[in-house]
Every structure is written in C-alpha cells, then in structure tokens.
Design a protein around this ligand. Structure first.
Ligand code: NAD
Length: 476
C-alpha cells in the first residue's frame, strides 16, 4: 500500500495544503492499492507563483541550454522504464504489450521534443520585419488517466523547449505513474520552479489553473466536455488553449478489401488500449453488399481476443480503469440493444471465468445506424459498432456525420481510391491500411476532438507567441 503525500513546488517535495486523501485502485482486482494526498487551490497558487518566478530566466535560456536540460530529463525518464511499467500495470491495468509501449513512450516523446527543438526556427525575416517567436509564459498542463506519464512528458518537454515554465495537474487516478515521472524529473536537476506538479481534483486544482491570471496557456488532454469548459473559463483571462479531446473514429472498409487480411487492423484499431483510447476506431463502416461476409470474419476473429489479467502475455484487453468507467460501458451495451442494434459478440457482464476486476467482454454491435447513441457517443471501452453503407459517397457521408474528427482508418486494395476517400474525411489524422504513427507530424482533432495541434514544429508553435519587430532606417 503506497501513500503518496508530497506534491512538487519550486524544486522541492512539499506536503500540500490540501487535506483530502484519494484512494488508488488496482482495476484488475478492485483492491485499494494506495492513497494520494490531493492539493487544493492554495497549492495551485503556490505552484503558479513558482513557475512565474522561474519564467524570466528560463525564457532567456539558449537552445543548447534547453537541449541539455531535456537530455537530462530523457536519460532520467528512460532509466525508470521498468518502474513505470509496473505502475502502469498495477494502477491502470494496461495489457503487457501496450503497457510496455506506454512505459517507453514518455522517454521517446522527450527525445522527439529535442529533435523538434534542434531545427526549430525561432526567428524569421519577413520583408522589413523581424518576426520573433517568444514563449507565452506560465503554462498549465492537464492530463487524463489513459496515458498519464506520456502526456506529462510530451506537454512538459514541448513547453520547456519553447521556453515556457509549467504547472502540471496530472490525472488524480494516475498518482503512481506521476510519482515515478516526478522522481525522474527531480533527478534531471532542472532549475527550481521551471516545472511544478500538483496532484488534485480537476474541479479544484484544474479550476484554479484555468482561472488564474498568471497562467498564459492551458494544454489539456481529456474529455470534450471538460475541454469546452476550459475554453469558456479561460476566456476571462484570454488564455491560449490547446485541447486534445475525444473521438468516435471511423474505420472505412472499402468494398474491394480482403476482409481476412484487414480484420487484425480493424480489431487493433477498435480495441486499442482496451478501448480506452481517444483514437480508437469504434465505428466500422462496411459495404452492405458484403455485410454478412464481414460479420462472419469479425465473429471468428473476435473470438480469439482475450480480456483478462494484464500481466498474462496473451491478454489483449485489460480492465476498465475504474468502476465508474465499467458501469458506463455496461450502460452503453444496454443502450445499444435497446436501440435495436444486434450483438455480434460480447454483451453485458464480465467475461467468462472473471469474477472480480473491471473487465468487459470485447463487444461488437452490427446492423446499427449512425444516429444511434452507440454510433455517436464516445464510449471509451471495447465496444465497436458496425454500420452498413451503400456506396463510397454514403460511406464518406457517414464517416463525416459525427461531432468528432480525431482519427480515421481507410482499408482497401486500391491506394489511389483510399487516398481519395482519406482526403475527404474531416479528421486530424487519416491512416490508410496501417496503424503507423509519425511523431514529427501534427496530432490533434477537427470539430469537438480538439483545438490546435501537438507534436513536431506545430506542437512547439503552440507554446509561442509571434512578435514583429520593425526598425526605422536612420540616416547619419
Ligand atoms: P477528463 O476530462 O475527465 O479529465 C482529464 C483531466 O482534466 C484530469 O486531470 C481531470 O482531473 C481534469 N479536470 C476535470 N475537470 C476539470 C475542470 N473543471 N477544470 C480543469 N481540469 C479538470 O478525462 P479523462 O476521463 O481523464 O480521460 C478520458 C478522455 O480523454 C476521453 O474523452 C479521451 O478521448 C480523452 N483523450 C484524448 C486524447 C487526445 O489526444 N485527443 C488522448 C487521450 C485521452
């Protein structure tokens, strides 16, 4: 049983002013495995003051000094990969293969920020003007539970690379992961106040960050509802905001696709991160003329997907992160049936043989239409919805008929036809016959999936404010 008492302000571990203790659970057993003491608004104010005091010196550091600091961060985070993996398995229940990726990603993403910083153009001549990109100031970095360590490292490394200082409000449900990252960041010996971490509730610490006049920018990853709230709250102090929000991503299976060949991609995209992924491909658009054939192949393939103990090497889907999340997913499985969709696989309740833990059966609905709630709402669990379409135009119209626009997958034999479809999908990212990731490309969403972009030079630019200098030409 771990007790995490300290938060981190101005280069020191401090006992928070906040008094509340929050239980941490192992979602595979439902047991309480630890407690974290939560900070409050006063703690957030102290952290913001420390970041404000550190900003003038940090914003004037050279590119080489920042690269040096980020390299120390990278080494320290990479050295704690095994500890991070253990925290991810215990506290989040990610299946081992995904868990390993989540444990390596935080160091990788710092390396990618170094890469972006190395070649970034902070100044440019535009006609008579010198345009200088200057750091925005103190930033508030708010992360969700579904990849907490990775989001902390990505947001912080990019903010620091741009010359900003930071107050981090990690997910209160991921305190074990935060603690491992914090130990590494402390070892990296960054100047005091350059980053601060306050564990706490969103409606307490998050709210204080969102209202505070000394915070210039919020970078948030989480639900669309909280993202919209942050835009409204931030307007009073004109905060810059970058939002990475939810999704209801389409997987468009074209009528020339080889179903046996593409099915592994369809299911990996849909069940990614136990279905708790913003980019999960949860709406599967299938040509009506081949629907029965697709259902047969999908049914056979999903029977091979194992939901269970994340430490077993053959587990594909781990538990939902919390009881609340488990109940939400169960509710949507009931809603789907009430709406008249047909269960092709899975359903309510735990998978056979599992009597504890927040496990869900890998579930696929078929014969659905795009107006159903299971096709419109982000469920955030391993629940997929097959929607039949008539022709390519119909597939495109269904793909784009959504509030979201984060990611999409197009599967088919003809590259040209796939690219043509991909160009017409309203989404921040469209993958064609692959689930590959390019960290130098921008990542973010259209519509309710977000505002702005992270990663690469686009991610850096989001922490910078352009300033135009014009000089009079003086004659002697
Ligand atoms: P959430 O919105 O409930 O919480 C995210 C963070 O915001 C947490 O740290 C929470 O404490 C904080 N928060 C809550 N209320 C707040 C408030 N009033 N003011 C300030 N902060 C507040 O999301 P979650 O349940 O932790 O994560 C799941 C969601 O995140 C899903 O919708 C998912 O799609 C999304 N997500 C998006 C991406 C992306 O890159 N687009 C990646 C991962 C997750």
């Amino acid at each position: 049983m771990q007790r995490i008492e300290h938060i981190y302000i101005n280069g020191e571990y401090v006992v928070p002013h906040g008094q509340e203790w929050f239980d941490l659970h192992n979602p595979s057993t439902e047991e309480v495995i630890g407690q974290v003491r939560l900070g409050d608004a006063v703690d957030a104010q102290h952290a913001i003051a420390a970041a404000k005091a550190a900003f003038p010196a940090w914003s004037r550091t050279t590119r080489d000094e920042r690269i040096g600091a980020l390299q120390r961060m990278h080494r320290a985070v990479a050295a704690r990969e095994e500890e991070l993996l253990e925290a991810i398995l215990l506290e989040y229940g990610s299946p081992a293969v995904r868990g390993r990726w989540m444990a390596t990603y935080p160091a990788d993403v710092i390396a990618q920020a170094i890469d972006a910083l190395q070649t970034f153009e902070f100044e440019e001549q535009v006609g008579m003007a010198r345009v200088i990109l200057t750091p925005v100031g103190v930033t508030g970095l708010i992360t969700p539970w579904n990849s907490n360590a990775g989001f902390i490292c990505n947001k912080l490394a990019t903010a620091l690379a741009a010359g900003c200082t930071a107050v981090i409000k990690p997910s209160e449900m991921s305190a074990l992961q935060t603690q491992v990252v914090l130990k590494a960041l402390h070892e990296a010996q960054l100047p005091p106040g350059v980053f601060n971490i306050v564990n706490g509730r969103g409606d307490v610490v998050g709210e204080e960050i969102a209202h505070h006049p000394d915070v210039a920018k919020i970078s948030f990853t989480g639900s669309s509802a909280v993202g919209q709230h942050l835009v409204r709250t931030g307007a009073d102090t004109m905060k810059r905001v970058t939002l990475e929000l939810g999704g209801k991503s389409p997987t468009v299976v074209l009528d020339d696709a080889d179903f046996q060949a593409v099915m592994p991609l369809v299911l990996q995209a849909g069940f990614l991160n136990s279905g708790q992924a913003c980019v999960a491909g949860t709406r599967i658009l299938v040509p009506r003329s081949r629907l029965a054939e697709f259902e047969g192949v999908a049914k056979e393939a999903v029977a091979q997907i194992r939901s269970g103990d994340p430490r077993n090497a053959d587990t594909d889907i781990g538990p939902m992160v919390s009881q609340k999340q488990w109940e939400r997913v169960q509710r949507y499985i009931r809603i789907g049936q009430d709406e008249g969709a047909r269960l092709l696989a899975g359903g309510e309740g735990r998978p056979q043989g599992l009597h504890a833990g927040w496990f869900v059966k890998p579930t696929i609905f078929t014969d659905a239409h795009n107006g159903m709630r299971i096709a419109r709402d982000e469920i955030f669990g391993p629940v997929l919805t097959i929607i039949p379409y008539e022709d390519d135009a119909d597939a495109l119209s269904i793909a784009n008929d959504t509030d979201y626009g984060l990611s999409a997958l197009v599967l088919g034999k003809s590259r040209e036809r796939c690219v043509n479809i991909a160009r017409q999908i309203d989404s921040g990212r469209v993958l064609i016959n692959t689930l590959a990731h390019e960290p130098r490309a921008p990542f973010g969403g259209f519509k309710h999936s977000g505002l702005g972009r992270e990663m690469g030079k686009w991610g850096m630019s989001a922490f910078l404010e352009p300033k135009t200098l014009l000089t009079a030409v003086l004659s002697d």
